[in-house]
Design a protein. Structure first.
Length: 462
């Protein structure tokens, strides 16, 4: 049999690369992936879902006459893959779109298996979640519902190309979602916390679960007492450490990614120019041990390294992959990422954070006479061309006379990334990191955002 049971990926890759080059292709790349996931959802002592899934496949990129094509399949059979390639190599390339996206899925090769209840109760992951629920359920009579989510994954990738790349990596990680629903006679509020680690840091995550559970409960109960805030303009905002990094990820990080630069983002042609407060140094570092966005090689098979994107307010570097570096005439710094074999890669962020400054948390709050403490940010959106953004603050407080006072209901902050960067006037010394998911051109990716407590001297609340 010429399927994956017998044929190893290296031999298949070599055969496909030779075939494509002999058919006048200029460049060929293969991305093999196999991934297994364990998922558990537990609500108020009941199992909502509990299953394992597995899939493997290959994404093939090939270039001919300066046009790029991409196909993917989860049928790793040599005859089948060559049959697909022959179809597209015979087509009239001039009449095809710049990127051809054929994603073929054979459902027989995609496995999702529910775990039998008799097995669930012996599963160590289930036991951790059950113990966490027992810890949380009696913390407050206002906590009416607790949802716990757990995901473990193992992903194995191999990358081969016609320029000699032959690289592989095994990635593994664990994430917990902790949602506490608080309720009184008037309102219902959620406290959401989602810690995650990769590699050998998983044990540390399990040790800290009760700490994160308390954060979720406290957030929900505080929001239950919260007040609604009216629309305000030009108000100082103190961003909370960790989740405040979401704002910079969206408002400027995406605009520094190669595919957005090619389309002339707001930071196009701004290299070595002042684009931020001199207090801002912004780093993307995929090599950090245990972080949710950490990878040893990028998804084009190159060794990753730390990149300083903004240094003391000056635009210092971009996030580039093979394609964007060629189009922009810049050196590739190996930032290619993709969700799975079904996606062509693109330059994307990994673990991106604001470097520590010199101010303490207490100094920042006490020096803010009137303003808002946006402790925890939720979701948001941004237009990379003009960097206009809006974000939901899911945990916020009034600052009055240099002291944190009343909690607030959810509200939105709006602005432009290139303006906010210049309006940072205090940066704390307490940077922490927060995991998240980022959805863009090459799919949904694990990322980490980070920042210390910092103050933006003027923002708008919607």
């Amino acid at each position: 049999m010429k399927g994956y049971e017998v044929l190893n990926h290296r031999i298949l890759a070599e055969n496909i690369i030779s075939f494509c080059l002999n058919n006048n292709c200029d460049f060929v790349e293969l991305y093999f992936e196999s991934r297994s996931d364990y998922n558990l959802h537990y609500t108020n002592s009941k199992i909502n879902s509990n299953y394992m899934s597995f899939e493997s496949g290959v994404g093939i990129k090939f270039c001919k006459d300066k046009i790029e094509y991409f196909i993917s399949t989860n049928t790793l059979n040599e005859d089948h893959v060559f049959q697909q390639l022959k179809v597209y190599l015979k087509k009239d390339f001039i009449n095809l779109s710049t990127i051809l996206g054929l994603s073929e899925v054979n459902t027989k090769n995609k496995i999702k298996q529910n775990i039998h209840s008799s097995e669930v109760y012996q599963n160590k992951n289930f036991l951790k979640v059950k113990d966490l629920y027992s810890y949380m359920k009696n913390k407050s009579s206002n906590i009416k519902k607790i949802d716990l989510f757990h995901n473990n994954f193992i992903q194995e990738i191999e990358v081969y190309n016609s320029e000699g790349i032959n690289a592989s990596e095994i990635r593994k990680g664990s994430r917990f979602g902790i949602e506490s629903l608080a309720q009184n006679e008037i309102d219902t509020e959620l406290g959401i916390v989602s810690p995650a680690y990769t590699g050998d840091m998983n044990n540390e995550l399990e040790i800290q679960l009760e700490y994160y559970a308390n954060l979720s409960i406290k957030m929900a109960l505080n929001k239950l007492k919260g007040e609604h805030i009216q629309k305000k303009t030009n108000i100082p905002i103190v961003l909370g450490r960790g989740s405040g990094g979401v704002l910079f990820h969206e408002a400027c990080g995406h605009a520094l990614e190669g595919n957005f630069l090619v389309n002339q983002s707001v930071f196009y042609n701004q290299k070595n120019k002042d684009i931020a407060s001199p207090l801002i140094t912004y780093i993307d570092d995929p090599t950090q041990v245990g972080k949710w966005g950490s990878i040893l090689i990028d998804d084009e098979g190159n060794k990753t390294a730390e990149k300083t994107l903004i240094k003391n307010g000056k635009l210092n570097d971009f996030l580039l992959d093979k394609n964007s570096s060629i189009e922009l005439g810049l050196k590739n710094n190996f930032s290619a990422r993709r969700q799975s074999f079904r996606y062509p890669s693109a330059a994307r962020m990994t673990n991106t954070y604001i470097k520590n400054g010199d101010s303490s948390f207490d100094q920042i709050i006490s020096n803010t006479k009137h303003g808002i403490y946006a402790k925890t940010l939720g979701g948001g959106s941004v237009n990379p061309k003009d960097s206009e953004f809006n974000f939901t603050v899911i945990e916020g407080y009034i600052i009055n006379n240099g002291k944190i006072e009343k909690p607030l209901k959810d509200f939105r902050i709006i602005g432009k990334g290139n303006e906010v960067l210049k309006n940072v006037d205090m940066v704390g010394n307490d940077c922490i990191f927060q995991p998240g998911l980022c959805n863009a051109s090459s799919g949904k990716l694990n990322v980490t955002v980070g920042c210390p407590t910092l103050r933006i001297n003027s923002m708008n609340i919607k």
